[in-house]
Design a protein. Structure first.
Length: 324
């Protein structure tokens, strides 16, 4: 399977040597024109891969892709700054009323994360944390020291990191805790790469990240200095066999696909376009992303593909988008 190495850079422009062109189609050379996308860090890596594959068929298409959070992606589309927004959270009613038109393209999950050099790393993996304990860290702050959670833990302060940008990961994590992103408390860090790096540098820290920023896609194990906090779903003070699926990427994605990992914090990922601001090139690219060949890239890159029934629904939705 094709894999994409993730960079902490938040934007990329993929272009060809051909000059800029108006969106058009030629039977010999395919489509020409420009597609701009911005939004969720969660979707950014796979969108870069999809754009590269699309350019093999349509070499005269230029892509401008930037990651800046799901909120920015939706705003950019609704204000006609971008063609496609990358979204990793639920859509708000007011966004849909303003013309946001979502097409679901994949599924992934937000994971609680901590530093592998935590003094109680082994115990944390065996014990896990319950939903209520995570709420006590990220929302009510009723736990100030790790030992407030469990006397076996270190008495060091809990260093909590959250997202400073309007992010799908933060909103999804907050939704799991019964809250909104604004209710999460901690040190604000911009972007998924930044939050992951902050976790890697602080032994007593806790945060949350999208799958792609936790696992090494080549080794299919967690990346250096960052690990996943298992969720103790049945609240029995230990991670049972049915809850223990974080060891490698394949186990985790299977758990997300089967529902063993709760939703939220697993969630669908979407493209969003604005009604009345879509052309044939944009529609062709979205159709391309929903082809079986492109969906097959997802598992090897830390995502879960749509089912055949889901793909059928989304493909039919694309055909209802008005073309200008």
């Amino acid at each position: 399977m094709k894999q994409l190495r993730i960079s902490i850079l938040a934007s990329i422009i993929i272009s060809s040597c051909a000059p800029k062109a108006q969106n058009s189609y030629d039977p010999k050379t395919g489509y020409s024109g420009n597609i701009s996308l911005s939004g969720a860090f969660a979707l950014y890596p796979i969108v870069v891969l999809w754009s590269e594959d699309f350019k093999k068929i349509h070499p005269n298409v230029r892509f401008n892709i930037s990651a800046g959070g799901a909120g920015k992606g939706i705003t950019d589309v609704l204000t006609d700054m971008m063609d496609i927004g990358l979204v990793s959270r639920d859509f708000h009613e007011q966004e849909l009323k303003k013309g946001a038109f979502p097409i679901f393209v994949a599924k992934d999950a937000v994971l609680g994360t901590f530093n592998t050099n935590h003094p109680n790393a082994t115990l944390l993996k065996k014990r896990g944390l319950t939903q209520q304990e995570l709420e006590g860290i990220f929302v009510t702050q009723s736990y100030q020291k790790w030992s407030d959670i469990d006397p076996r833990f270190t008495a060091a302060p809990i260093i909590t990191y959250v997202r400073s940008d309007a992010a799908g990961a933060a909103e999804t994590w907050a939704k799991y805790l019964g809250q909104n992103q604004e209710d999460l408390k901690g040190i604000g860090i911009y972007g998924d790469p930044g939050l992951a790096q902050a976790i890697k540098e602080e032994p007593n820290s806790i945060g949350f990240n999208n799958i792609n920023y936790v696992y090494d896609l080549n080794l299919k194990k967690t990346a250096a200095h960052i690990s996943v906090i298992p969720i103790d779903k049945n609240k029995n003070g230990k991670i049972d066999t049915a809850e223990d699926f974080y060891y490698n990427l394949d186990q985790l994605t299977e758990a997300v696909a089967s529902g063993k990992y709760p939703s939220p914090p697993s969630r669908p990922l979407a493209f969003v376009v604005k009604k009345g601001n879509t052309n044939a090139l944009i529609r062709e690219f979205i159709h391309f992303v929903l082809k079986k060949e492109q969906q097959e890239h997802l598992l090897s890159n830390g995502y879960i593909p749509l089912t055949d029934d889901q793909l059928k629904v989304e493909r039919e939705k694309i055909n209802t988008i008005p073309i200008n």
